[in-house]
Design a protein around this ligand. Structure first.
Ligand SMILES: *Cc1c(COP(=O)(O)O)cnc(C)c1O
Length: 363
């Protein structure tokens, strides 16, 4: 067979490296009782209301889903106040991030994002063989001034995440407003809010959608809502932007069970409240644990935290695997990203970390 080269962008593309699945480590080590704090999943799983709602719909599996996503868009409209023609549903927000790039960026264009930003921004840019403009981070955070200044004539889209993954860093409304004022009206700004439910008091992005027709707010049900396996995300934007996104969206990109689950998840505010409390308590537990071990960390407003292990992150990651704990190296020297787990999971991780680093906790 002759070798058929892929398009230039894809030739050079290194696929996304997901967190290691528990089942894989179980097979490799022949152990159970593994703690996975690697993919920012909700340690409580999902709401019981979601399980009931999905169970009640199993008989529908033989039918195509509603391609328009009526029930889910209706729930989103009720909760967030945006009409159906301003909502785009995604098979996870990853699906949406790819749609944004494909709808608005072509090969001759450029995309701006920050150093240490969510890895998918670079991947979707590379996949369409557009120019990537990676702006150096300030500390670990987005440097919004520098990002605005990096916009060129051929820039079509800017990705920003608040809070950012893998750093957990955030920006305030005033910084965002100053940034938006500087971005030309023909450049799309994607505000990725995958973790917004954890610290919602800090930032209200939705009001900016009226002011800026070039703004897209992207949300996911994978994190705080606990639906990572089902793949549901949604984007809110102007009617015009939404129309373009829906031209390229696959007709049945979100499946029926996922939509039913998402409706139940969005309605269950008590579960979100509980998840937030568990996260706040777990964050405190890890911060105190790191302090006791003499380790620095990057303050976070998400459901994970970046810790400076003062050692090679790859080796530390591997040593932790042998202790039955999966965390995530994220390409930042000396640092590992740890998702906030339950109290018991966090405790197991802290004990394992102290062991593999040869440290002793000081009270
Ligand atoms: C996890 C994550 C997403 C994607 O989540 P989906 O499961 O695809 O919805 C998007 N953006 C950021 C910053 C994330 O951390």
């Amino acid at each position: 067979m002759t070798f058929v080269p892929a398009n230039e962008g894809i030739e050079k593309l290194k696929p996304y490296q997901p967190g290691k699945p528990i089942s894989e480590l179980e097979r490799e080590l022949g152990i159970t009782n593994i703690v996975k704090l690697a993919s920012n999943e909700n340690p409580l799983g999902c709401s019981d209301k979601v399980k009931e709602a999905v169970a009640a719909e199993l008989a529908e599996i033989g039918r195509y889903p509603d391609g328009g996503g009526f029930i889910l868009k209706d729930q989103i409209q009720q909760q967030f106040g945006f009409a159906h023609d301003r909502i785009t549903l995604g098979n996870g927000s990853n699906d949406l991030l790819e749609m944004f790039a494909r709808a608005f960026v072509s090969e001759k264009d450029s995309v701006v994002y920050s150093q240490h930003a969510f890895a998918v921004y670079a991947l979707v840019t590379q996949a369409i063989h557009a120019e990537a403009i990676e702006v150096p981070a300030k500390g670990f955070a987005h440097d919004l001034d520098a990002m605005a200044a990096a916009i060129k004539d051929n820039t079509k889209l800017v990705f920003i995440a608040n809070p950012n993954n893998p750093t957990g860093t955030w920006f305030e409304e005033a910084e965002f407003e100053a940034f938006m004022q500087k971005v030309p009206a023909n450049v799309i700004v994607v505000l990725d809010e995958a973790y917004v439910e954890y610290f919602p008091e800090n930032f209200n992005s939705l009001k900016y959608l009226e002011q800026y027709p070039n703004l897209i707010v992207s949300r996911t049900l994978s994190k705080c809502y606990g639906l990572a396996a089902l793949r549901v995300g949604f984007a809110l934007a102007s009617k015009e932007v939404t129309d373009y996104l829906n031209r390229i969206r696959q007709p049945f990109n979100v499946n029926h069970l996922a939509m039913v689950a998402a409706v139940a998840a969005l309605k269950d505010e008590a579960f979100i409240e509980k998840s937030r409390e568990v996260n706040k308590a777990g964050m405190k537990q890890l911060e105190e644990g790191f302090k006791a071990l003499g380790l620095n960390y990057v303050p976070s407003r998400a459901n994970f935290i970046l810790v400076d292990v003062q050692a090679d992150p790859g080796q530390t990651f591997n040593a932790l695997l042998k202790e039955g704990v999966i965390v995530r190296p994220v390409g930042i020297s000396n640092h590992l990203r740890v998702s906030i787990g339950t109290e018991a999971e966090n405790a197991k991780f802290l004990t394992a970390l102290a062991k593999v680093l040869g440290l002793e906790a000081k009270a």
